[in-house]
Ligand binder design. Sequence first.
Ligand code: FE2
Ligand code: FE2
Length: 322
Amino acid sequence: MTVAQSATLTMDGRLDPQVTHRLRDLSVLVSLPQVTLRLMSLISNPNTSVKEVQEVLERDPALTAKIISLANSTYYSVRTPVKTVERAITIIGYQELGLLAMGLGLSETFNITTSPKGFDWESLWIHSLAVSWLSQRLAQRVGLAEIGEPMVAGLLHELGIIILVSKFPSQFQNLLDLILAGQSGLEAEKALRIRHELIGYELARQWKLPEVYQEVILYHHCPDKAPRYKQVVAMTALADALSHKLGFGLMTEVLEVDLAYYLEALGLSVLELQGFIKDTLLVANEVSPLWRQLLRFGEPSASKSRFSSLMKESEARKLGPA
Ligand SMILES: [Fe+2]
Ligand SMILES: [Fe+2]
């Protein structure tokens, strides 16, 4: 069964006809930059070399400038100025850098410059980065060899919200107004015949993104319905729920967590999950200032510890029971 067949069987696929119509035009008008698509496949592949990432990054002069500027920021405390992408990669880490470049590609593609009233667009990117980071940590915790795929999935899972904020501002404003008036995200979406999962999926499908990302985008609020990539979808969905616990959630979402499902899908015990959450809470406070800096390329507001070393440290750390 394909993702599309499954979608029509398991979800109420009816959207506001105006939205459906405009989505068809959007898939023609809006396309992801080649650099973003190439990075997506490189990060997802565990055999990717640093050199391959470097070659892709260097093809985009604007991106190269931003990356070198980031590597020279005080966050990384380098002693001698960074002048090459190669050195920037060794400082920041190729997966983190690739992910950042993908995030920039997405944000530039959708060009969100103004926030709808009552919504902070930066919180959307912080949420996406947080879910990506949490998915990566979960993948390491459950011993998955390919951590790149959950990382990319985390970054992309709210493609529908990104589309709504940037391309359907009046519909998104109506959604926000209902939520601010007390409705849950789900109730508000139902009332307006908007489903952010379906909107994101529709564009991902038209863009022909890899099926694993289509499934994550479509099923991140009902991971048990995912037909093929249950583990990655469960990982992203649990990371989504945990992002709320850590204070990086999206106000438009209500997450009903079926703990038993996640534990089974990921092969974790309750104690292991508790240990993971406790450990992650500690590290998140250190790493989150970097997410804000990644979005601004300005000076860091807090910790000066290195992102890549935190990643390595978190990977190496044994997660005991709480
Ligand atoms: Fe969502
Ligand atoms: Fe989310």
